[in-house]
Design a protein around this ligand. Structure first.
Ligand code: VGL
Ligand code: ZN
Length: 202
């Protein structure tokens, strides 16, 4: 029997207009994701939450003389620096208030280790530690996942690629995603990378 899950990625205040790391039109994913949740297509709904401690290594403010957009090494990997965002227990880290949350069976918090970032909802960026999400979905008998949320060119991209690698039949609902586009071609490149990793774009 096939079992399908919806993974809602990082629909948090800081990624919406007015937030610390605002994704252009980020708030527009909310009604689309609420409709997906109500569509009856999913056996299971889960969500990821970017959940950084104060002073996280991905914050420019944690690196003397650096500013957002600069690149440093973190956990042995190149790391783009961001403004402080999604700090644990702050309003910016909360899910957008209009996002339906009553049907979410599990929330996976990521980016909690100050020494490494975690764009993917399944693993940290170095693939050193699992968040447990892939294993949880597998234990629930899920074989297929749809993904939507923020941001297309970071957390959606890496969550989708990791889900496909984990063995799930993986689709991204492109209309339910928005990207940062630090460089204007970033979202297009992210979509191409996902497709090359075996992800279906719908
Ligand atoms: C994200 C940048 C930094 C995301 C999280 O959710 O896409 N992007 N942290
Ligand atoms: Zn983050």
């Amino acid at each position: 029997m096939s079992k399908k899950a919806l993974i809602i990625v990082d629909v948090q205040n800081d990624f919406c207009p007015g937030g610390a790391l605002a994704v252009p039109d980020g708030h527009l994913v909310v009604p689309i994701i609420n409709e997906l949740q109500d569509s009856g297509k999913y056996d299971l709904i889960v969500a990821t939450q970017d959940w950084h401690p104060q002073g996280h290594g991905s914050f420019a403010s944690a690196h003397e003389g650096k500013k957002p957009g600069d690149i440093v090494r973190l956990g042995g990997l190149p790391q783009i620096l961001w403004p402080d965002h999604c700090v644990q227990h702050t309003p910016g880290a909360e899910f957008v208030s209009t996002l339906k949350t009553d049907d979410i069976a599990k929330i996976v918090q990521k980016g909690t280790d100050p020494e490494i970032d975690s764009y993917s909802g399944l693993n940290d960026n170095g693939h050193k530690k699992s968040t447990g999400l892939g294993e949880y979905l597998e234990a629930e008998g899920v074989n297929e996942v749809d993904i939507a949320g923020l941001a297309t060119d970071y957390c959606v991209k890496f969550t989708a690629i990791d889900a496909a690698k984990f063995g799930f039949k993986t689709s991204v609902v492109v209309g339910g995603c928005r990207g940062v586009n630090l460089v204007p071609s970033d979202v297009d490149n992210a979509l191409r990378s996902m497709r090359m990793a075996g992800v279906t774009l719908i």
